[in-house]
Write a protein of this length. Structure first.
Ligand code: UD1
Ligand code: MG
Length: 451
């Protein structure tokens, strides 16, 4: 069955105390909105519709950043969840599949849960995702009769007996698209909030002889974010889960609580991550690589057998092939290190390509920026870059070439050549001894004057 996702994201999020729309606040480097979209993507939706209101332009840009095909529809006034879903109706005109409603501020719904919803939908006209709440608070309550869902009652409208129900509404609802919009057309706003409640569609469906049921999920999946404090809780929850998932998949985390992951971090089995490592967005670490303590990675790819750190920084476009080594206080940006290349100490490599088995000496800098343009440094295979070489780009160093330490290399070095680009050394015999004697005498004289 083809699926249309409808992600509700029009709310202002007053309690965030922010100019940024709530759903654009980030968890592990990704806007909250992307989590709902990513969870829904497992169903390979034919339509991904985001209902935006507050900050709609920003929400639209972000939704399209995640999925260029996403459609954003506007809800100019927030008149309730049913009214929000109704805004997607024109976009789904003639669509024959199922619609699945998600909230943009509920980032932890699992893909498996949504798959279960889609399956249950095949047997029932309306499917609601519910959970047993430890403290049901102000959630809508699911009124059931055996396995059947009879209706949903909002907390504000619930009787004392109904408030005792602990099975609560997560907000996720699935129904055949045209059925959903038919039901929503019948929703009224004569309730305690004066809003059009999406939850009313269950009772309306039953009154029309349609069936409704509940799929249950863990309460943790339904965690919503309404304030900065809840955002911090969500961040920490994400980190705990993502670490646990990596460990379960065979990654060694030596001190899991000190490793910060991004929403999209990929680490292969038998890779090892030491203490205090930070992963920014878009990092892939292959099996068996080792990320040593205090390293910071973003937009980087680390291949099998590579060793990074301690204290390394990989910036976007860092491509480390197999068995490469990047050591302490080395920064790599937009550069490829081919197999077995090494840069072990105190180096900046930016906009560069480093050939197989080339060794970059301590203190080497690619001078890639002239103040206006960026330029490329290309180094061949098995080259040896002497310590403290300045490679003034654009520049090419050949295969098996060398640079003498301390060189400022401004022109290309052919294969097999050695570049020596520094002042020639001159030794003045006995000069140091004489100079020391002179300076010490001067110091003694000064001290005598002060006494
Ligand atoms: C809703 C449910 C409640 C459920 C709870 C779970 C209804 C009537 N109630 O209540 O049963 O237990 O979620 O968290 O559906 N939104 C819009 N436009 C609107 C109104 C809301 O886009 O006009 C969006 C909000 O931004 C939010 C989501 O819909 O992402 C839910 O709205 P919210 O006001 O938080 O609903 P609750 O009162 O929490
Ligand atoms: Mg809410």
């Amino acid at each position: 069955m083809s699926i249309a996702l409808i992600v509700l994201a029009a709310g202002k999020g007053t309690r965030m105390q922010s100019d940024l729309p709530k759903v654009l606040h980030k968890i592990a480097h990704a806007p909250m909105l992307w989590y709902a979209m990513r969870a829904g993507s497992v169903l390979e939706p034919e339509h991904s519709i985001v209902v935006a209101g507050h900050g709609a332009d920003l929400v639209e840009a972000s939704a399209k950043d995640f999925d260029p095909e996403a459609q954003v529809v506007l809800q100019t006034e927030q008149l309730g969840t049913a009214h929000a879903v109704a805004q997607a109706k024109p976009a789904l005109d003639g669509f024959e599949g199922d619609a699945l409603v998600l909230y943009g501020d509920t980032p932890f719904i699992r893909q498996e849960t949504l798959e279960a919803m889609a399956e249950a939908r095949a047997q029932n006209d309306v499917v609601v995702l519910g959970f047993e709440a430890a403290d049901p608070g102000r959630y809508g309550r699911l009124v059931t009769d055996g396995e059947e869902l009879m209706r949903i009652v909002e907390f504000k409208d619930a009787s004392p007996q109904e408030r005792n129900i602990t099975l609560c509404n997560s907000g996720v609802i699935a129904a055949k698209s045209d059925v959903l919009f038919d039901l929503i057309d019948a929703v009224e706003n004569n309730n305690a909030s004066g809003e059009y409640y999406l939850t009313d569609i269950v009772a309306i469906a039953r009154s029309r002889g349609l069936s409704a049921s509940v799929v249950r999920c863990d309460e943790a999946e339904t965690l919503g974010v309404n304030s900065r404090a809840e955002l911090a809780t969500a961040e920490s929850l994400f980190q705990t889960r993502a670490r646990a998932e990596l460990v379960e998949n065979g990654v060694s985390l030596l001190a899991p609580d000190s490793v910060y992951l991004s929403w999209d971090t990929v680490i292969g089995r038998d890779a090892e991550v030491e203490q205090n490592v930070v992963f920014g967005p878009d990092v892939t670490v292959e099996s068996g690589a080792r990320i040593r303590a205090f390293s910071h990675l973003e937009g980087a790819h680390v291949s099998r057998g590579a060793v990074v750190g301690p204290y390394a920084r990989l910036r976007p476009g860092a491509e480390l092939a197999e068995d490469t080594h990047v050591g302490n206080f080395v920064e790599i940006k937009n550069a490829q290190l081919h197999q077995g290349a090494k840069a072990n100490h105190l180096t900046y490599i930016g906009d560069a390509e480093i050939g197989e088995k080339t060794n970059i000496g301590a203190g080497t800098i690619t001078c890639n920026y002239d103040g206006v343009f960026k330029h490329k440094t290309t180094i061949g295979k098995q080259a040896f870059i002497g310590s403290n070489t300045m490679l003034v780009a654009p520049v090419t160093i050949g295969n098996d070439a060398m640079t003498a330490s301390g060189s400022v290399v401004t022109s290309d070095v052919p294969d097999g050549a050695m570049a020596l680009a520094r002042a020639k050394q001159v030794n003045k015999e006995g000069f140091a001894t004489k100079l020391f004697a002179m300076l010490r005498a001067k110091k003694a004289k000064k001290q005598a004057q002060n006494d």
